[in-house]
Ligand binder design. Structure first.
Ligand SMILES: [Zn+2]
Length: 385
């Protein structure tokens, strides 16, 4: 069998596993583990604390540093309230396109990488090739964060990582991070006629948001030289501000939902340190002077690092050589790439299908895109021997 039919057969099996982020991915992962194991890979399944999700990490080749990682997430977004032309978990082919939830985001890449495993094993590679398949990407990259810990703990140090998110096989060398928070304010309710007797959570939330606005402006000046991001600086957005019941009641609770999209990690640290100072030195002491139990707690919804474009990037260079592309682009969506970059790897994003189709009804990947991806993965052989 050539690589394409092997890939589409496997993709059909992967699509039939409805691994939405809320569900277990164990059946899917053991299916992939079996394939990789029978190809001769060393396979590890590392489960999370609940035991219902696993990361898969497999290696073909020697047990040495400096390998190449092919990375993808196993979870898919739900199909709730989406109008599909056919069963989203039953892959169908129409007009050279394979339809199903996860076909482009991103089981197509996982199937292609796994289908290549026997080929890589037959090369007897001198440079290891790794397969890193994660859980919970769609809900905050928690699987990749756990995988990063596992790799660190086991001193496994690959040097190059290709993240196969759908880019229409374009090479992506950067994207912003995405940090999301809910900041909860606990004050003391009271009657509007006696403001000094209560702690007005809404007013403290407003002061916090005012600071977010100041930081939002300050971040413009911190944009790195020659930044190609759009906009070039780290952004902040206040997405929700929730508090209060009535005109004459001091609200005891408030919540601010906000996010920032850092172009560099130092911006995220700058914002977090500034807000921490504001809360611990100013807002909280004022609140507690009236009501000792008052306070501000920031809940981290997710902190996904961006992929910072860097001058020397072997992942980008390999992909350029194999695809013949000259440049590399930036994208607006987030991936697990920044987490691998944080481990010291050279990382680029390149995979089959379009982000336009991801998360939508009638998601598909074209056979042409899968073929291009397989061509690239076959070309990678030259970098392994
Ligand atoms: Zn994805």
């Amino acid at each position: 069998m050539t690589f394409l039919p092997r890939t589409t057969d496997l993709l059909g099996e992967l699509i039939a596993q409805p691994t939405v982020s809320a569900s277990s991915n164990l059946t899917l992962m053991s299916l992939l583990a079996d394939r990789l194991d029978s190809a001769g890979a060393q396979v590890h399944l590392w489960t999370d604390d609940t035991g219902s999700k696993a990361n898969l990490f497999a290696t073909i080749g020697p047990d040495t540093d400096g390998g190449i990682v092919l990375s993808g997430h196993s979870d898919v977004v739900p199909v709730t309230d989406q109008d599909w032309s056919s069963d989203p978990f039953q892959m169908v082919e129409r007009d050279g396109k394979l339809f199903g939830r996860g076909t482009c985001d991103m089981k197509g890449f996982i199937a292609a990488a796994t289908a290549m495993a026997p080929h890589y094993a037959a090369l007897n590679p001198t440079r290891p090739i790794h397969f890193a398949f994660t859980y919970d990407e769609e809900v905050g990259c928690f699987g990749a964060q756990a995988l990063a810990k596992s790799l660190k703990g086991r001193e496994i140090r690959p040097s190059v990582c290709i993240v196969g998110e759908p880019t229409m096989m374009r090479i992506i060398e950067g994207h912003k991070g995405c940090y999301e928070y809910s900041t909860h304010f606990t004050g003391l309710e009271g009657h509007g006629s006696g403001p000094d007797l209560g702690v007005n959570a809404a007013e403290y939330a407003a002061r916090y948001v005012a600071r977010l606005l100041e930081l939002k402006d300050a971040l413009r000046a911190r944009a790195p030289e020659g930044s190609r991001f759009e906009p070039p600086w780290t952004t902040i957005n206040t997405g929700a501000l929730v508090s209060g019941h009535a005109h004459n009641v001091i609200p005891g609770k408030a919540r601010v939902d906000w996010e920032m999209r850092p172009v560099q990690k130092s911006d995220a640290d700058f914002v977090k340190e500034d807000l921490h100072r504001l809360c611990t030195h100013s807002l909280i002491p004022q609140m507690q002077a009236v009501f000792p139990e008052a306070g501000i707690v920031t809940e981290v919804i997710g902190e996904v690092d961006g992929l910072q474009p860097v001058t020397d990037n072997e992942a980008r260079e390999i992909l350029q050589e194999l695809t013949g592309a000259n440049g590399a682009d930036l994208v607006a969506f987030g991936t697990e790439a920044g987490i691998f970059q944080g481990l010291g790897m050279n990382v680029a994003v390149c995979g089959p299908g379009s982000i336009e189709q991801a998360h939508k009804p009638d998601e598909y990947v074209s056979l042409d895109q899968l073929s291009q991806c397989l061509g690239l993965l076959e070309g990678l052989s030259a970098k392994l021997v």
